[in-house]
Design a protein around this ligand. Sequence first.
Ligand code: CDP
Length: 243
Amino acid sequence: MKTEDVKLIDAKGIRLDGRKIDELRPIKIESGVLHRADGSCYLEWGGNKVFAAVYGPREAIPRHTQNPLRAIVNAKYNMAAFSVEDRKRPGPDRRSREISKVISEALEKVILTEQFPRSMIDVAIEVLDAEAGTRCAGLTAAGVALADAGIPMIDIPVGCAAGKIGGKVVLDLGKEEDNFGDADVPLGISPRTGEIILLQMDGHLTFDEFNTALDYAIEGCNKVSKLQKEALLRKYDTIKEGK
Ligand code: CDP
């Protein structure tokens, strides 16, 4: 099938899965789901299923990795072999190393790392089912898991992508939209300050399209941020009520 054969959006602006241009896929977030980790999160975002688990802060090992002034943040993004249509070869590859790096850097911008010199904070992100937008889903889940672990942060980081399909800028690309679309712009922000902590782009956009995509993605991030907070409050209420 050729890219131009796929009609991703109709004349009324309705997408393949029935969404409007500025509509998110359904999202479900649960915090504190893994009992061995210091903090954790399970997130479903459209067809994505992602776990995030936080360990630390603890003494950084090997010792030569220690920074005397602050903690180091090691996010590790991994896709399960069964998470995609063609079985993925297990283990790290270029893509997962790239995503681990951009998520680690995004988290370092919000965590108060200077409070934990010589320490490390590990964040494991495991993608069990992948359907486009997993780095944003991973960053969002990591944010909840870090808050659940009680790690001091200036804000709970959140991610959401926008992109372009069939000549239109849209929010939160799904699988076919990612495969056959024109551009994808994953964004991570610190919602309280609005600071951009992750920004990538795949494909081509004009300057105006890019600005629209950025506005959509920020709006998306703010909506997802509310769901993150609700998930954390739900766990807190459960503990308070002794359930
Ligand atoms: O997941 P995200 O959009 O952040 O990253 P991507 O590199 O743009 O990948 C888009 C999608 O392609 C993933 O979410 C998977 O659904 C799919 N993919 C795949 O099928 N096999 C891979 N080895 C990697 C990605």
